[in-house]
Write a protein that binds this ligand. Structure first.
Ligand SMILES: Cc1cc2nc3c(=O)[nH]c(=O)nc-3n(C[C@H](O)[C@H](O)[C@H](O)COP(=O)(O)OP(=O)(O)OC[C@H]3O[C@@H](n4cnc5c(N)ncnc54)[C@H](O)[C@@H]3O)c2cc1C
Length: 224
């Protein structure tokens, strides 16, 4: 398990396949046995370079992810994944909300409408003031949530509507290696929001020992 942000984590629940599964799938028309003479590695590189993608679908992962709702919302745009997320209709959400570290606040980018200049640091006093404002929202939202549930017996599906998108939620998420590499390319990119990039970095760390040859050449080809 790798901890991410203030309350989040990514855990590899299970996986099917290794680099050899990719080689076996690609050699379906020939002798599928591993060759161990360097040609297996070369084949993986060839498949990556030439976008011969389907053999990479023979490796599959399931992760458990705990992340702020706004991160999950970006993640769910990746339609090639399968998701099951905690339902706040069934269960109450714990009082856990994402509050950025002082050095991760930055400023709205002037060159990109969607980005932030994270390297442009604020003074510690100003950063702390911003964090306290966010913390005040957490207190107000979760106090209201508890009052709605405990005092007025408001249904969970309505009470949750007062919680901000920075509230943490959890999901199981399954994906094959081909589509995971696509996700990583997009979400490790500097255009991706910092808060999802750190999850992408954790995913990459978790899968690297399982498919080391693929990741080696994938990093090389994509300069990652
Ligand atoms: C930096 C960044 C900024 C973004 N900003 C926004 C934004 O402002 N607003 C917004 O709504 N989204 C935004 N997105 C989400 C983005 O538009 C994609 O929905 C998301 O990245 C998933 O990519 P994907 O469709 O390639 O992946 P997947 O959904 O996993 O699909 C993988 C591939 O399968 C194929 N595919 C999947 N579904 C279809 C289909 N229905 N038809 C044809 N081919 C399909 C495509 O080749 C696709 O690349 C942003 C993404 C990034 C990385």
């Amino acid at each position: 398990m790798i901890e991410v942000l203030n309350y989040g984590y990514v855990r590899l629940v299970e996986s099917m396949g290794t680099d050899l599964s990719i080689v076996r799938s690609a050699r379906v028309s020939y002798n599928c046995a591993p060759r161990n003479d360097g040609s297996d590695d070369k084949l993986i590189k060839y498949l990556l370079v030439n976008n011969h993608t389907s053999p990479f679908e023979s490796v599959v992962f399931t992760f458990e992810v705990r992340a702020p709702i706004f991160v999950l919302r970006q993640w769910h745009r990746h339609r090639t994944w399968s998701f099951n997320e905690v339902s706040a209709r069934y269960t109450e959400l714990p009082d856990e909300m994402y509050i950025p570290d002082a050095d991760k606040i930055g400023y709205q980018s002037t060159s990109s409408k969607q980005a932030r200049e994270i390297e442009n640091k604020r003074s510690p006093e100003e950063a702390e003031f911003i964090r306290q404002h966010i913390e005040a929202v957490r207190l107000h939202s979760f106090n209201t949530y508890r009052v709605l549930l405990d005092t007025y017996n408001v249904p969970r599906e309505l009470a949750r509507t007062v919680l901000p998108v920075s509230t943490y939620s959890s999901m199981f998420a399954s994906v094959d290696l081909h589509n995971l590499l696509h996700f990583l390319k997009l979400r490790l990119h500097e255009h991706a929001q910092h808060e999802i990039r750190v999850y992408a970095e954790a995913l990459l760390k978790l899968i690297e020992p399982i498919v080391p040859i693929t990741i080696k050449y994938w990093r090389e080809i994509n300069s990652i």
